[in-house]
Design a protein around this ligand. Structure first.
Ligand code: FCB
Length: 461
């Protein structure tokens, strides 16, 4: 028998997370405009297997069933994103009422089932029309985002309490404009840095709009960042310096201005701030947030590299299991990350884990069921580590598994499955996996069933 159950604080939120382009499909429905992901998916070789989000999980039409499913599993919250091109097809000007109505209906359906909505305003699907005018490297895009945020908030502020301005701005800037592996597929360091700053500015301006608009009592506004604890692969000065460069570029470039109103010195490659950081910008970026959303997937163990802009690369310690997307499975990294955040940032706001989960190659068995013990083990270990961080005093209010349904995993397409619910992409049928029932029970009990067997031991994939 396992040890005693690990109870979470009363009121702890248990949910699942998705993003519009990854699940909705229906790209031509009800006046939706084109997004940079529609464009990028059409670039030969950009997405594994030539997959696109054009149909995805058809969640745009099937959300009533999906909401009923999450409620039947026992989940109390749903984090989803609003597609900007549904609300403003060209990224500016008058709203498309049908787009707003859709999200109103989604929220009403959630509330009807007792599932609390957590709305992300931007999860990477920039209207293509704004990219045509320069995209995130153009300062104007931040002001366009603020208008869009105001429109969505005017439409839903009376029924939605929890708002996330941006999901993982680093991935938008660094993968979209630096590495070019995400939409819009640009590789230019200067544009990347401009994009990063304008995303942060958009967050700051968006915060202002959400605070100023008419809203429900107890409104909570935050932002979601992808964070990893970073450590040098060896004590050598070169590896230590490489780890610091990568940490600054990946994390502190975003965390520091949001929490402390300043960029880490030298993060833009020179000792002075670049001219695209205008006076007053950092005060906006540093506007108070009610919570920090943390997406956790892995640690970053870093060694010096001879080439590349940061002259740093991550390594995976030998023997560490990896998921189908090649990410090392390191549950204790979640605890270490949270404990480190608390130590480094005295005024740290409450935290929600807005994403955590594993990609696997799940299959339907002969009995029609999808058994995914590896995902159950992954979740169990991460939740045990999260429990430790809470016991240590980190103020964590909730956890959202990534993700509810197998979906379009960006450049990886559909082959690698992150869902707790299996989706047959031919007929759109849904089959809750073993992990869905396990996680639903955790949500109902507000407790994890003891430590996972052989805790801290290696995991197999
Ligand atoms: C995060 C994204 C999310 C999903 C997971 C696996 O970076 O926010 O959309 O793709 O990774």
């Amino acid at each position: 028998m396992g040890e005693a159950a690990l109870s979470f604080p009363p009121g702890f939120v248990w949910g699942s997370a998705t993003a519009a382009y990854q699940v909705e499909g229906a790209v031509d429905a009800d006046g939706r405009g084109r997004s940079i992901w529609d464009t990028f998916c059409a670039v030969p070789g950009a997405i594994a297997n030539g997959d696109t989000g054009a149909v995805a999980c058809d969640h745009y039409h099937r959300y009533p069933d999906d909401v009923a499913l999450m409620a039947s599993l026992g989940l109390g919250a749903y984090r989803f994103s609003v597609a900007w091109p549904r609300v403003q097809p060209d990224g500016r000007g008058a709203p498309n009422q049908k787009g707003l109505d859709h999200y109103r209906q989604v929220v009403e359906k959630l509330l009807e089932h007792g599932v609390v909505p957590y709305v992300t305003l931007y999860h990477w699907d920039l209207p293509q029309a704004l990219q045509d005018r320069g995209g995130w490297p153009a300062r104007d895009t931040a002001y366009r985002f603020a208008d869009y945020a105001g429109i969505v908030h005017d439409a839903l502020g009376d029924v939605v309490r929890h708002w996330i301005t941006l999901n993982e701005p680093k991935v938008s800037s660094h993968a979209g404009y630096g590495g070019g592996i995400h939409a819009p597929g640009i590789r230019d360091l200067d544009l990347r840095d401009r994009a990063a700053h304008h995303l942060l500015l958009a967050h700051g301006l968006g915060l202002q709009r959400l605070r100023a608009g008419r809203h429900t009592a107890g409104q909570q506004v935050g932002i979601t960042l992808d964070l990893s604890p970073v450590a040098p692969a060896s004590p050598s000065a070169d590896d230590v310096a490489a780890a610091e460069r990568l940490d600054a570029d990946s994390h502190r470039m975003f965390l520091d201005p949001i929490l402390s109103g300043a960029y880490p010195p030298g993060v833009f490659g020179s000792s002075s701030l670049p001219d695209f950081v205008a006076p007053g910008d950092l005060d906006l970026v540093n506007g108070p947030i009610d919570f920090l959303g943390v997406n956790y997937y892995r640690r970053m163990l870093v060694r010096a590299a001879p080439t590349g802009h940061l002259r740093a690369e991550t390594v995976i310690p030998s023997g560490t299991p990896v998921t189908a997307v090649g990410w090392p499975v390191e549950p204790d990294g979640l605890r270490d990350l949270l404990v480190g955040l608390k130590a480094d940032h005295p005024g740290l706001p409450p935290i929600y884990i807005t994403e955590n989960g594993a990609a696997l190659y799940d299959e339907v068995g002969a009995d029609g069921q999808v058994d995914d013990p590896v995902r159950v083990d992954y979740l169990h270990r991460h939740l045990a580590a999260l429990h430790e961080a809470i016991a240590f005093g980190v103020d964590v209010r909730g956890y959202f598994v990534w993700t509810l349904i197998d979906n379009f995993e960006w450049a990886e397409g559909y082959a690698k499955r992150f869902g707790i619910v299996y989706v047959d992409h031919d007929d759109q049928s849904r089959v809750p996996k073993t992990s869905a029932r396990w996680y639903g029970q955790v949500a109902r009990d507000n407790a994890v069933p003891g430590r996972p067997p052989g805790d801290r031991g290696p995991m197999q994939n």
